[in-house]
Design a binder for this molecule. Structure first.
Ligand SMILES: [Zn+2]
Length: 200
């Protein structure tokens, strides 16, 4: 009991994409990047724990130009320059909030993610798909359990199926065991996808 697929529902509180390089406009603001009308220098990802990579930036006219190297799978590294517009809104209690405008959808965002080549918002990258992951993982768990019910086996997917039901052909049993292993692989796959977008 208590293993994968043993009944716990996913806790969904929105994704936390700590493994994706990101820029948080609030951290940049705290660092004074927007204090001057123009500035330039280098910045780093604002999420800790990633291999450090310096990004060159130039800020002027509410536009942040960043230049960085991306290395996609199977390709040589590629230097990318991207312009990100900066917006400001006034707070109810005075002061202003600074925002990135997502270069793809134009929405005000505090954090942009570099999931492939560009810095875009989470929604534009489809990185908020935890819900769909849940649906998929739940479906895979149900499928696995249905098969196990047929076999009279443990509902704990971590428990191996050892007993062949009375009267079931060995070849049928072996086929269902293989199906069970495939099901478990799918469940584990759905779980690890979820880890990539795990909750805060
Ligand atoms: Zn966007």
């Amino acid at each position: 009991m208590g293993g994968i697929g043993s009944g716990r529902r996913f806790q969904h509180r929105g994704p936390h994409l700590e493994e994706v390089p990101q820029l948080d406009v609030r951290a940049l603001k705290r660092g004074g990047l927007f204090d001057q009308i123009t500035s330039n220098g280098s910045i780093k990802w604002t999420n800790p724990g990633l291999p450090e990579a310096a990004l060159e930036y130039a800020y002027a006219d509410s536009t942040l130009c960043i230049t960085y190297a991306v290395k996609a799978l199977h390709t040589a590294s590629n230097v990318v320059s991207q312009r990100i517009f900066i917006d400001r809104t006034t707070c109810n209690y005075g002061g202003t909030r600074t925002w990135f405008l997502c270069p793809s959808c134009g929405a005000r965002k505090a954090i942009l993610y570099c999931a492939s080549k560009w810095f875009l918002c989470r929604q534009c990258y489809g990185l908020n798909y935890t819900c769909q992951n849940e649906v998929y993982a739940d479906r895979m768990i149900r499928k696995a359990r249905k098969l196990r019910a047929k076999l009279g086996a443990s509902m704990d997917l971590q428990m191996p199926i050892s007993e062949r039901p009375h009267g079931m052909y060995r070849s049928t049993f072996e086929r269902l065991i293989r199906q069970d292993q495939a099901n478990i692989k799918n469940v584990v796959g759905a779980y690890s996808q979820r880890l990539l977008s795990k909750p805060n």
